[in-house]
Design a protein around this ligand. Structure first.
Ligand SMILES: [Zn+2]
Length: 349
């Protein structure tokens, strides 16, 4: 076992632990391979949105809108990676996960039932952390006459937590053992597929609340990072168990706002660390709870309103016939999930 000057740890020539310093100075600056965190002898590119998704939804020439408003073609939305690391990710994560998604909601549900929750969470962590690393190299202000810092610097990303998510994301490479508690909230939802709709693929990332959603066909997933599963339990107590049937676009987006709001109000998130067993040459990612039970700040409804506006106002406003829509979203006056009696509004056929 070798300790590097930057705090990283190498076992048998492989960086099993990448320090926060190396993550920030080298990985996020795109100076090394995103996965092994070393200079690559066979450099290639790792797509931030997995290749099989780009293929399935013909996205190569379409553009993703970045937090600074820039539109970047998906084919250029990449990070440096070695050929061998790229192949490892394909084999360990992308192949089984793409297969599960190919079979739709039941396929992903079955994948989870077979004990793959950790793999699915790691895969989501990988996309989330790749997106945020990329933001490190992009200026917040597109107007180059104004000298702004990167998106990541200007928006003050929490690199400590991002580093934990990175450690999870590269677990296929480091072969780290992940304690189940070190994963966060992860819920899957069955979505209604409207053949006329254009949105069969969608990513929602709410950085300041460490919450992420992805929609692939009829499967919608929402994950929270760094909460040890507290958000999922809390929302189950509140209303998740009342959801019966498939969700439409608005309902799924509303859920994203609720997850992010709840995550934002978590008072005592756990700590995460990587432990080393020198005898076994093994790394374990562990989670330490501060208190016995998760605790939440009293929900500030203006934050929920802002989140509702963020996830619901822009893209589908042309389809909503609600007078004064923007203000009513902000006021928490619009809900798509439940009627006035708290009964789920079903759109299933
Ligand atoms: Zn590599």
């Amino acid at each position: 076992m070798i300790h590097l000057d930057d705090g990283s740890i190498s076992i048998n020539g492989k960086l099993v632990f990448v320090s926060l310093k190396r993550f920030r100075d080298k990985v996020c600056e795109e100076k090394v391979c995103f996965i092994c965190a070393e200079e690559s002898s066979e450099p290639t590119k790792e797509h931030i949105v997995p290749d099989w998704i780009l293929k399935r939804f013909s996205l190569y020439n379409q553009k993703i809108q970045l937090p600074n408003g820039t539109l970047l073609p998906y084919r250029q939305y990449v990070l440096p990676c070695c050929m061998s690391c790229n192949q490892l990710l394909s084999r360990e994560l992308e192949a089984p996960i793409s297969k599960a998604f190919k079979a739709g909601f039941e396929g992903v549900e079955d994948f989870l039932m077979k004990g793959n929750r950790s793999a699915l969470f790691v895969w989501l962590a990988l996309i989330f952390v790749k997106m945020h690393c990329k933001d490190n190299s992009l200026p917040l202000n597109r107007d180059h006459r104004e000298n702004t810092e990167s998106i990541a610097k200007e928006l003050e990303y929490d690199w400590g937590l991002m580093h934990h998510i990175y450690c999870l994301a590269r677990a296929s490479f480091s072969e780290a053992i992940i304690q189940p508690e070190a994963l966060g909230s992860l819920c899957i939802f069955s979505l209604k597929v409207d053949p006329d709709a254009r949105e069969h693929f969608d990513i929602g990332s709410i950085t300041f609340a460490n919450t992420f959603s992805i929609r692939i066909g009829d499967v919608g997933i929402i994950a929270c990072f760094g909460d040890g599963g507290a958000v999922q339990s809390k929302l189950h107590q509140l209303f998740l168990n009342r959801i019966e049937g498939k969700l439409n676009f608005f309902q799924f987006r509303e859920l994203l706002a609720h997850f992010a709001c709840c995550r934002f109000h978590l008072k005592n998130p756990p700590y995460f660390s990587s432990l080393f067993d020198i005898d076994k040459s093994e790394v374990t990612i562990v989670c330490t709870q501060i208190d016995e039970e998760p605790d939440f700040h009293k929900i500030d409804h203006s934050i929920l309103g802002k989140l509702m506006k963020l996830v619901l106002y822009d893209s589908p406003k042309d389809f909503v016939e609600i007078p004064n829509y923007e203000q009513r979203l902000l006021d928490g006056d619009v809900g798509f999930l439940f009627d006035e009696n708290g009964v789920f509004i079903s759109h299933s056929d």
